[in-house]
Design a protein around this ligand. Sequence first.
Ligand SMILES: Nc1nc2c(ncn2[C@@H]2O[C@H](COP(=O)(O)OP(=O)(O)OP(=O)(O)O)[C@@H](O)[C@H]2O)c(=O)[nH]1
Ligand SMILES: [Mg+2]
Length: 377
Amino acid sequence: MELNISDIASQCITEINKKIKNLKNLNIIVAGKTGVGKSTLINYIFREQLAQTGIGRPVTQHIQMITKKDVPLTIYDTKGLELGRDTQKEIKGEIIDKIKEGLYSKDENKCIHCIWYCINTASDRIEEDEIEWIKEFTEDNKDIQVPLIIVLTKSFSKKKAKEFKDYIDSLNLPVCAIVPVLALDYEIDEEYIAKAYGGEELIEIMGELLGEELIPTLQNVQRAAVKQKVKYARGVVATTVTASFAEGFTPVPFADAALLVPTQVAMIASITVAFGLKVDKGIIASFITSILGTTGATLAGRSIVAGLFKLIPGAGTIIGGAISGGTAALITTALGEAYIRLMERMCLGEIKASDISSKEAMTEMKEIFKEELKDRK
Ligand SMILES: Nc1nc2c(ncn2[C@@H]2O[C@H](COP(=O)(O)OP(=O)(O)OP(=O)(O)O)[C@@H](O)[C@H]2O)c(=O)[nH]1
Ligand SMILES: [Mg+2]
């Protein structure tokens, strides 16, 4: 059995594209008065600078729909909540109508999945009319029950944000969560800059709130919570390994290492989609090449497994021409973990896509893979 790195990389790309195409669309309403930081929040949480570069289209008098090609996300941005009681009432009606429209369409891709109501923490007074609005809204929304999260925007002062949060908590509003966020670093003075935060918490809460089938989409579109991506990706690895190798520890004939490949391709594809990065064939090929420690385009299945086997400390010799399910699981886990590390570092800007084929990056990926094999034994 021969394996060709270029073919495997192509298979990964095909699988990635298939998974992206199958992602459900996530729909979020973002409401709040003008200037509270809705657009800044959207650009902080989601990739592609959606609020600036997305296509906006008015859907009602006060609701604007923002979308962008190849981002499975629709944001409904509301306008005019600062304009007084009558307008606020109109907006409430428009939002409820929008929710019902999605509901009656019976199309999961059109349903509103969540509402973020943004309140400015930095404003000096608690906005009573906003609290009133949320109360009335949640009353109207009682039967439909679209989850509402209060986002405390511009929370440069964590102390003030906590006080505000405690106050809103004490009102016992039927909201899912109250999350302080600073969406952009805030320069207090030259010496002190408050760093953006809150993305991890907001995405974690969204992850608990949304249905299982929307989680891959959430991870794909968000960019503010790399830890949540890693956590999700680790889940993918665990599920892959449990589903494929744990049962019965069926030995894998090592002359047929290619049998492992479709499973690992699917795993790599799911992880890639969760990180939402632009990954091309070259990146995947470099990754595989670095792990296998060879530059040959075509490899015999047998020699690959023998080579990988040597990397497992104290694994002994291969007996009877097969590796156990346990060993297959170990190799697959290490592969997944090494790939997650690569994606994580790309996300954090520590490795550039153009540098992945460099000798340093390749050596490092191999080291990570070897470490994973060691740690997990
Ligand atoms: N430093 C810092 N500035 C922020 C933050 N959020 C908003 N701003 C600033 O506040 C101003 C208003 O923010 P926007 O995001 O445009 O507010 P908006 O709610 O979209 O406003 P409208 O579109 O007019 O309704 C901008 O100058 C932002 O840069 C933040 O978290 N940190
Ligand atoms: Mg805006």
